[in-house]
Design a protein around this ligand. Sequence first.
Ligand code: CTP
Ligand code: CA
Length: 229
Amino acid sequence: RAAGQSVADLTGKHVLISAGGTREHLDPVRYLGNSSSGKQGYALARIAAARGAKVTLVAANSELPDPAGVQVVPVTSTRDLYDEITGRAADADAIVMAAAPADFRPADVAEHKIKKTADGSVPAVSLVQNPDILQTISHDRARPGQVIVGFAAETGDAQHSVLDLGRAKLERKGCDLLVVNDVSGGKVFGSDLNEAVILDRTGTALPVPSTSKDALAGIIWNLVSTHWP
Ligand code: CTP
Ligand code: CA
């Protein structure tokens, strides 16, 4: 069915969605961040709510307005996002990780603003790895029958196609569906359009030609519905 039809087919389901890009603070005013707009996650929340689901949206640093009828939980860092998603996972019939968590964070956060020094010496930033939220919830499976969806933005490289990398990532993460975006040449980021291939664990690859983020959200919910027992 097409997105935008007002069929309440997700009534009785609780869906948990993450959106936006996390920030990892270096000091009180500076952070490492990324340019995820949050648009795809917000579209997923809006469409699920329109189709009757109870929706919780854990939103990392997005400027977008709260979608009507959606519980929005604001977070800053990947560890905040980890806490909110893992803490809410047992209540969710589906979890969609549309957020772009930072893979690394500064090992230390300065209590006060970092200042330049008179001798011109430059501070070194050492990083530590953040927890992998998608992998954790996929391996823990906090609720039977829960469907877990990840996203992957890939460019491919000399040895691997975008799809090869997507298949390997689906396997590594242990989620049920992986929405793979080809971002070579600066596609997708911040755009209202999205082109993707959706992989599942049986090896099926569903290509979704360039379409609106709302329409892609509708297709994702259709697929999630087919995975519910
Ligand atoms: N993800 C997550 N926790 C992280 C990093 C990523 O839950 N710490 C989720 C993202 O929300 C996305 C999926 O995992 O749904 C894939 O993110 P991606 O950055 O492509 O995966 P990584 O394992 O970090 O791989 P890469 O080295 O390619 O960045
Ligand atoms: Ca990553």
